[in-house]
Design a protein around this ligand. Structure first.
Ligand code: IMP
Length: 192
């Protein structure tokens, strides 16, 4: 069974390859010859994930999944949430997003946060979504240099280290995307 993962993020491709059963052939956008930006302009993670998967499915007619992730911080009323990628401005680097978040969090006692992922799957016969949540807290400063995005400042609940101090295998076991993708892979394993 061939499935396209509609992402330009190579870190995510690598993470997901480790979780998918070998019966599934994972294709990247590069593998199918797509090199462009996929629109992502909705107000919720679920709508954005479906928009990306549908966009590629409509053009290539290959079953496709896409994910959308947001980091919701309790004391910032859920920000940056669906705007996590462009928190410090359009096309900004992860470094700038983390800097902005750390500055917004200065002096806040409540540092509880949650990463949320929605995986949307689109085929010629169905559309379904799978969700994963990881609760944790925003650290006072960056720790570790693995992973990507906000990893250095997110410490998952029950752990003494940040996501960026974990190997990708360790992170996958407990992460928001790991949980959503496992629900998705359980589902397609039954189908294939
Ligand atoms: P996207 O919707 O998956 O592209 O992610 C939105 C924002 O959250 C981007 O700034 C990503 O870098 C960040 N992000 C997504 N997944 C993770 C993760 O597993 N760890 C840290 N940051 C992430």
């Amino acid at each position: 069974m061939k499935i396209v993962f509609a992402t330009n993020n190579l870190n995510k491709l690598k993470e997901i390859q480790q979780i998918l059963p070998t019966s599934i052939e994972l294709l990247s956008l590069k593998d199918i010859g797509f090199s462009g930006e996929i629109p992502e302009d909705h107000e919720t993670l679920e709508e954005n994930a479906f928009q990306k998967a549908q966009y590629i499915f409509d053009r290539y007619k290959i079953s496709c999944f896409a994910d959308d992730t947001g980091l919701e911080v309790e004391s910032l009323n859920g920000a940056p949430g669906v705007y996590s990628a462009r928190y410090a401005g359009d096309d900004c680097a992860a470094e700038n997003n983390m800097k902005k978040l750390l500055s917004e969090m200065q002096g806040k006692a409540n540092r509880r946060a949650a990463f949320k992922t929605v995986v949307a799957f689109v085929t010629d016969t169905e559309k379904c979504a799978f969700k994963g949540i990881a609760i944790g807290e925003i650290l006072n400063e960056k720790h570790g240099d693995k992973g990507f995005g906000y990893d250095p400042i997110f410490k998952p609940e029950g752990y003494d280290v940040s996501y960026a101090e974990m190997s990708s295998l360790e992170k996958n076991k407990i992460s928001h995307r790991g949980k959503a993708v496992r629900k998705f892979t359980d589902y397609i394993s039954l189908m294939s």
